[in-house]
Design a protein around this ligand. Structure first.
Ligand code: I3P
Length: 109
């Protein structure tokens, strides 16, 4: 699965609150492959190598949990992704349908 997702870091590893200056929203081209959610700067091209930066933004979603971020009301269609190392990301999808689809696919892994 792939598509545009806008990401906000809410908590870093071990659940520590992401400090100010790194809490902004950033748009990515997301690609879910196996147990990894790649958050890429540019659109997905089949067979192209993943850049160093894109690898750094990749999120392991094994034992992660995705839910609709009902406690976040500033933007619509936002899902909350909690990873197994206690990071928390907010991810805004372009539509409710897309948000539900990402939640379903992430929780299936
Ligand atoms: C953050 C940025 C985010 C904002 C966040 C700010 O600043 O303005 O958009 O979240 O507020 O800290 P910075 O880019 O300097 O990290 P919202 O869009 O959700 O308001 P927060 O600290 O209350 O999460």
């Amino acid at each position: 699965k792939h598509g545009v997702l806008t990401r906000k870091s809410h908590a870093d590893m071990d659940g520590k609150k992401t400090p100010r200056g790194r809490r902004g929203w950033k748009k990515f081209y997301a690609v879910l492959k196996g147990m990894i959610l790649y958050l890429q700067k540019d659109e997905y091209k089949p067979d192209s190598d993943i850049s160093e930066v894109d690898l750094k933004n990749a999120v392991r979603i094994h034992h992660a949990l995705a839910t609709h971020a009902t406690d976040y009301s500033k933007k619509p269609n936002v899902l909350k992704l909690k990873t197994s190392d206690w990071r928390v990301f907010l991810l805004q999808a372009p539509s409710e349908e897309e948000m539900m689809s990402w939640i379903f696919r992430i929780n299936l892994v």
